[in-house]
Design a protein around this ligand. Sequence first.
Ligand SMILES: C[S@@+](CC[C@H](N)C(=O)[O-])C[C@H]1O[C@@H](n2cnc3c(N)ncnc32)[C@H](O)[C@@H]1O
Length: 284
Amino acid sequence: MPFKEGDLVVFLDHQDRSFRKVLKEHGRLQTHRGFIDHRDLFGKESGSAVRTSKDKEFYVFYPTLVDYTMNMPRMSGIVYPKDAAYMLMWGDIFPGARVVTGGVGSGALILALTRQVGTTGCVFGYDVRQDMLDHAAQNVSELFGEVPPQLTLKIGNLYREIEEDSIDTVMLDVPEPWEVVRPAAKVMKPGGVFVAYCPTIRQVDILTQELRSSTSFGLVDTVEILVRSWHVRERSVRPNHRMVGHTGFVTIARRIIRVRPPVEALEPEAEFSEETTTSDTLNE
Ligand SMILES: C[S@@+](CC[C@H](N)C(=O)[O-])C[C@H]1O[C@@H](n2cnc3c(N)ncnc32)[C@H](O)[C@@H]1O
């Protein structure tokens, strides 16, 4: 579909710098590498190369979800795409899933969830702040053209109550996710997935203790996603010198039905796990 006035686009250069713009008849992208008049793009296809007034090359695209998320206006920290990708997969978000999430914040995670559940699913996004919900609604509308029917943005405190039921996945980015363990247990389907994004390990520690002592959750696990990009040029093939050192941790647990009290609450964890023993044996 050729570009026209009113389209949301991203300009990307060879060093992965990106600029997000809505195309206007008299609009201009101004950079230190020269300017591009928006009207020069009208009629061109997504992915077209254009040159600035200083003869530098940019490519212009309709934004992918990653392009959009990384360039959208923010009022809060966001869940970055590398973590969101893992959370969608391990949270088992499928077309038709019923998902409760919060805090909505700037809406980065909401965008990924809304797209993944599709038109047959439901995402219920909670936040305690109306200004955050309004801001997220703007970001969602700009990308999807509206707040799609599968997304409900609502004011509410997840620590107190979740109003929906038969929930497949609860996915959190709130300061005290351990406060949501009990409300989540009440509304989740057995076998469902609890996912929490925590920027600090202290949050992970408290959350893990709460999940392990709960009779409703098991198989608690925490990961950190480190992405290392590589420099691949002729004979110089090596990791790039810079990488993002830290964003957050992702803790996952399954909604279970116990017949006995949680083992973890009774016994200290064994020093050598089965996993360690197996890999040691393999290495011998
Ligand atoms: C870091 S932001 C979330 C960012 C969001 N995940 C994103 O990707 O854009 C945290 C949000 O949690 C909200 N919040 C804090 N406590 C909450 C609670 N008890 N229930 C619901 N939302 C809460 C805050 O208002 C804030 O908007």
